[in-house]
Ligand binder design. Structure first.
Ligand code: 8YV
Length: 329
């Protein structure tokens, strides 16, 4: 072992090329078997490591950092970083990085596809066909709601939200309304014809509501029973952001009682477990957190995470830091 080279942990299985690239700079402990580490195991594996390559599944908090004061950087292969306690990183001067931009269009494609699948009842009707129940045509068989010309509501108008809005406005002639912590600049709203509205108006007026906001203490259960009650009974709800933003128990009940028409979920509270109330109802499309899962995009995410790790530990400038203030110390 070369004592000069920093040691890093690659906490999950990732493209072999990415691991090889890291090996050119570091002593790498990788995880080709893709073992899911408990918190105690992760803490142990991080011993002596200056850097870590993580995914959204690894939680790095104050305890993990305190047990590993030598750790200088955690490069998360995800745009979301709710798995990292950024306050704890800041107070200890540890850098966190994420992978924005490279997954925006891919995730927007999937969000739009999920929304269409819910509106047009694709999963529900496919299950019906596979069960051998399709015996004849009927005028009202699996009638859903139109996407073109409908009102698209976006909660969380960041990069991915805007990319979904673009698809709706320019490709499907949708009216776009949105709610966000801050309003977009007029030059960002204008090409989308996007209207900023308060949250209650968004809930009341959306035909198809898509959630694309980060998961924080403030956005926990941003959509619960009270919010679902404001939505149209013909509306759909799509979540490609994070589980926990939606109260899955309340949603399962609203779907069962047809208080909204349908939902499409790529993320779940407590995933990979899925609340049984959601598994029981037919009018929800369920996918296993794959919105960014194209070969090209997952490669770009892995490469960007590696770029960040390499730059942070070799005196370079990490391209996408989450807490750049620690770099200035
Ligand atoms: C990842 C995501 O697949 O980037 C994100 O925030 O949710 C997904 O693209 C997942 O977090 C694994 O790292």
């Amino acid at each position: 072992m070369d004592a000069e080279r920093p040691r890093v942990l690659v906490a999950r299985a990732v493209f072999p090329e990415t691991v090889e690239r890291l090996r050119a700079h570091f002593e790498v402990e990788d995880n080709p078997g893709d073992v899911l580490f408990t918190k105690a195991q992760l803490t142990e594996r991080l011993r002596g490591k200056a850097g870590a390559f993580t995914t959204g599944s690894e939680r790095v908090d104050a305890q993990v950092l305190d047990a590993n004061p030598q750790l200088r950087v955690v490069a998360n292969m995800a745009v979301g970083y709710n798995n990292l306690d950024i306050d704890a990183f800041n107070t200890r001067g540890v850098l966190a990085t994420n992978t924005p931009d490279v997954l925006t269009e891919t995730t927007a494609d999937f969000g739009f596809a999920l929304m269409m699948a819910a509106a047009r009842r694709m999963a529900e009707s496919e299950h019906f066909l596979r069960r051998g129940e399709w015996t004849r045509w009927r005028y009202d068989m699996f009638t859903g709601s139109d996407v073109h010309g409908a009102t698209l509501g976006i909660l969380g108008m960041g990069r991915i939200g805007q990319a979904i809005a673009r698809r709706g406005a320019l490709g499907f002639g949708m009216r776009v309304i949105y709610h966000n912590r801050s309003r977009l600049a007029p030059e960002q709203e204008a090409p989308l014809g996007a209207h900023y509205v308060d949250k209650a108006t968004l809930l009341r007026e959306s035909d198809h509501l898509v959630l694309v906001l980060p998961y924080t203490a403030q956005s926990h259960h941003a959509i619960g029973a009270a919010e679902l009650a404001l939505m149209k009974s013909t509306a759909t709800l799509t979540n490609v952001a994070r589980g926990g933003i939606v109260d899955d128990v309340a949603l399962g009940q609203a779907l069962r009682e047809r208080r909204i028409a349908a939902a499409a979920l790529d993320v779940f509270e407590g995933e990979p477990a899925v609340h049984p109330g959601l598994l029981e109802v037919p009018n929800v499309v369920l996918t296993p957190h794959i919105a960014s899962a194209t070969v090209a995009t997952r490669r770009r995410m892995a490469e960007l995470a590696a770029d960040n790790l390499i730059a942070a530990l070799t005196g370079g400038v990490p391209p996408t830091p989450v807490n750049p203030q620690v770099l200035r110390r």
